[in-house]
Design a protein around this ligand. Structure first.
Ligand code: PLP
Length: 451
């Protein structure tokens, strides 16, 4: 037996995989990833795989940066752990919070740390309700979110999300969360122009606020570009309307920047790319490029001052973990000093966009949408009518994903959309490999569908 088969047997026997446990592994075992460098993964069978997903949308800086390992080692030797409860603090948390405040737009100057996006969104849920209670409006409890959004897997953040499959398990959603539709013109726009559709979907927010009563609504949460829902890029008319509506009713806007943050959209934050002014941002993933688990909520001066005026009974043992903070700081230093975000905006990003959009020449691909370095292909049997496949939704996406996998390219499928979110350091040559392998995999899927 090969070591890989042994590993796969033990994996299947003892290791429960998030989301895919019991399905999706078919007769092949899980692929055992052993090393990684830049945009490339090695597996236990000696394959080199191009990771067009940056892990789970997080390894913005690419794999194998020694500086980050060294920052972790130094911090572990000096102060491996201390908490930030009860009026103690430490240098890595101070420096990281200050650096995030510098980078964040507007007056988002205050960071409440967590270890993940899920935890940070749980923080947000409690935080916005506490904010309104402190302002003397405790009835403002409702948080509005969007169907098909992903905001995490904890009970709070999973309820905030709009993944219907998650809402059928384990007592979710919790009360006080309402959902409106996503601005997905390709699948849901019907005969409308994208512009009219964008306005109509924004109008749903106002309708929902009026239905619940504006005096009962605390916040609206959304990703600037919806990632795990399928890289749903809203029509240009959507966000300006949303900003007007939250302003009109004085509702807090939470931008979930867990994927969009730290350069993914070609600016430091997706809020800047789509032109919104959030009161709170959720951050995680690219903050440390995934080298350490860390996330947080970034609060405006006004929200922070209200929360600081009360006892906010909330926090995590690992809030502001010194090793995670030290690694995140080093990650932000490199992203900045190497001009990674600027390159996404002005060089490799536009190149990727041009190459990615050329995939619409493939017979299976209807729409290609890409912002910075997050993109999706809508697969369709008929481009003109934007039709869905007759097969169960996601079947063709799954087949294509498997073909990519066999061709040593990691792409993800969300239903019948194919997703990319590569490390931000991907080169032009690597972009060419990505597109070639994607095209080949689409061809093979196309052939398989005809057979
Ligand atoms: N928010 C968004 C937009 C995400 O994409 C994710 C994870 O994919 C989360 C929150 C949850 O983050 P985590 O998995 O770190 O808990």
């Amino acid at each position: 037996n090969s070591p890989t088969a042994e590993l796969q047997r033990a994996d299947a026997a003892h290791h429960m995989h998030p989301f895919t446990h019991g399905q999706g592994l078919n007769d092949r075992g899980a692929r055992v990833i052993t090393r990684a460098e830049g945009c490339w993964l090695n597996d236990s069978e000696g394959n080199r795989i191009l990771d067009a997903m940056a892990g789970l949308w997080c390894v913005n800086i690419g794999y194998g940066r020694r500086e980050l390992a060294q920052a972790a080692a130094r911090q572990m030797e000096e102060l491996p752990y201390y908490n930030t409860f009860f009026q103690t603090t430490h240098v890595p948390a101070i420096n990281l919070a200050a650096r995030i405040a510098e980078l964040a737009p507007g007056d988002l100057n205050h960071v409440f740390f967590a270890s993940s996006g899920s935890e940070a969104n749980d923080t947000n849920l409690r935080l916005v309700r506490t904010y309104w209670a402190e302002k003397g409006q405790p009835e403002r409890q409702w948080v509005i979110s969007r169907w098909n959004a992903y905001h995490g897997s904890s009970v709070g953040s999973g309820s905030l999300g709009g993944m219907k499959g998650m809402h059928t398990q384990g007592g979710m959603p919790i009360p006080g969360i309402a959902h409106i539709d996503q601005p997905d013109w390709w699948s849901e726009g019907g005969d409308m122009t994208p512009e009219d559709f964008g306005r109509a979907r924004a109008k749903q927010l106002e309708d929902k606020i009026l239905e619940l009563g504006p005096e009962n609504v605390a916040a609206f949460i959304a990703e600037p570009v919806q990632g795990a829902g399928g890289v749903i890029v809203a029509p240009d008319t959507y966000w300006p309307e949303v900003q007007k509506i939250v302003d009109k009713y004085g509702i807090l806007l939470i931008a979930d920047e867990v994927i969009c943050g730290f350069g993914r959209t070609g600016r430091w934050f997706g809020s800047e790319t789509v032109g919104i002014r959030p009161d709170i941002m959720t951050i995680a993933k690219g903050l440390s490029s995934g080298y350490q688990p860390i996330g947080g909520s970034v609060l405006s001066d006004e929200v922070a001052s209200v929360i600081s005026g009360t006892e906010f009974n909330h926090g995590y043992t690992y809030s502001g973990h010194p090793v995670a903070c030290a690694v995140a700081l080093e990650n932000l230093r490199i992203l900045d000093e190497e001009g990674v975000v600027d390159r996404v905006a002005s060089d490799t990003g536009p190149y990727l966009k041009e190459r990615f959009e050329s995939l619409t020449d493939h017979p299976l691909v209807g729409e290609a949408k890409i912002v910075g370095m997050m993109g999706s292909l809508a697969l369709t049997p008929d481009k003109a009518s934007r039709a869905a496949f007759a097969s169960e939704a996601g079947t063709v996406g799954y087949i294509t994903r498997e073909r990519c996998f066999a061709n040593n390219l990691i792409m993800r499928h969300v239903g019948d959309r194919m997703i990319i979110s590569p490390p931000l350091v991907i080169s032009r040559e690597e972009i060419d490999v990505l597109i070639e392998r994607a095209w080949q995999s689409l061809d093979e899927a196309h052939e398989e569908l005809k057979a």
